[in-house]
Design a protein around this ligand. Structure first.
Ligand code: ADE
Ligand code: ZN
Length: 344
């Protein structure tokens, strides 16, 4: 579409207003400290922090693993179907305020089944929140992630437990500690998921090397790469990602907080976009990284000097990369075009 110029002081407003899709949000990473404490009280779970402030002050991460240790501890307060509903509902209210119109939520069942919480409890609570999100103007779907620090056998067991809820899940992903847990460990379980007609994604190239992105594409046969920022170190990979229009679900504030980039001005999102890659902006674990969707957009644009054309491209990429029908994509892009047309 033909874009009108947008003055730089109006750009933050456009970024906030434009409709967008979020394709990389770990729903357990949307648990705000206040809700963690409220659920701990409701469920009689003891926390190793005196109060909300003490918990929040522990959010000083040096790398992915330093975050994951606190993130898995935070999820220990989730016990009932209503807990999972409340967590997702709180996320959807924030997403709606940020003009997110489509969201694909990751969840980590193994974090819960290991504590004796059933797959049914997790999936039903999250699914009910996805249904209710429609009233907020958000279409939503669930992607079940396998924890890559666990075994292939445990991933297969998790898939088996999820089969009764196959119709409530659109796809599977791969998350948790990346370095030392390459994608090939999960090639067989991803092949089985593919036979089941599930969409496939994987975290790759967050902290790990470009080789993990190659194997996620060629062995796991994923349709999108979560993060993928390390691709910039491999020009042949950059060409492959651009040629095949493989979407990257980039999470700038996550990368900042986990020290993948020293500051946002050095984030490579602009470089990825300018090289023709189908990059998108996402929040990853917004309660832990200090920002939801619009914070990610406004802070990254302010730091890197991206413009309205980049904004349009990012939002459009998010719709094109969603696991939605062609008709849904068309209607989402029409909404985006209308927003840019009417913005003055
Ligand atoms: N689980 C939650 N957030 C994650 C991230 N950024 N990388 C890998 N696993 C995660
Ligand atoms: Zn993630």
């Amino acid at each position: 579409m033909n874009l009108k110029p947008v003055a730089s002081d109006r750009l933050p407003e456009l970024l906030r207003l434009m409709p967008k899709a979020e394709l990389h949000i770990h729903i357990e990473g949307s648990l705000e400290p206040e809700l963690i404490f409220a659920l701990a009280k409701r469920n009689g779970v003891a926390l190793p922090y005196a109060n909300v402030e003490a918990l929040r002050s522990a959010y000083a991460f040096t790398n992915l693993q330093s975050f994951l240790d606190i993130y898995y501890a935070g999820a220990s307060v989730l016990l009932t179907e209503q807990d999972f509903y409340d967590m997702a509902r709180a996320y959807f209210l924030k997403a709606a305020a940020d003009h997110v119109v489509h969201a694909e939520l990751f969840f980590d069942p193994q974090t819960h089944t290991a504590r004796g919480v059933g797959m049914e409890t997790v999936v039903k609570g999250l699914h009910r929140a996805c249904v209710d999100a429609q009233e907020l103007g958000i279409s939503a779907a669930l992607i079940m992630c396998f924890l890559r620090h666990l075994s292939e056998e445990e991933a297969f067991e998790t898939l088996e437990q999820a089969l009764p809820y196959r119709d409530l899940i659109i796809g599977v992903g791969l998350d948790s500690g990346e370095v030392g847990n390459p994608p090939e460990k999960f090639a067989r379980v991803f092949a089985r998921c593919r036979e089941l007609g599930l969409h496939l994604v994987a975290h790759a190239g967050e902290e790990g090397p470009p080789e993990y992105i190659w194997t996620a594409l060629d062995l796991l046969k994923v349709e999108r790469i979560d993060h993928g920022v390390q691709a910039a170190k491999d020009s042949a990979l950059m060409q492959r990602l651009a040629k095949d229009r493989v979407a990257l679900t980039v999470c700038p504030l996550s990368n900042l907080k986990l020290c993948v980039f020293p500051d946002l001005a050095q984030h490579n999102l602009r470089q990825l976009l300018d090289a023709g890659l189908a990059a998108t902006v996402n929040s990853d674990d917004p309660a832990y990284f200090g920002g939801y969707m619009n914070d990610n957009f406004t802070q990254t644009f302010a730091a890197t000097g991206m413009d309205a054309q980049h904004a349009y491209t990012l939002a459009r990429n998010s719709f094109e990369a969603g696991f939605t029908s062609e008709a849904e994509k068309r209607s989402q892009i029409e909404g985006l075009d209308a927003c840019f047309e009417s913005f003055r």
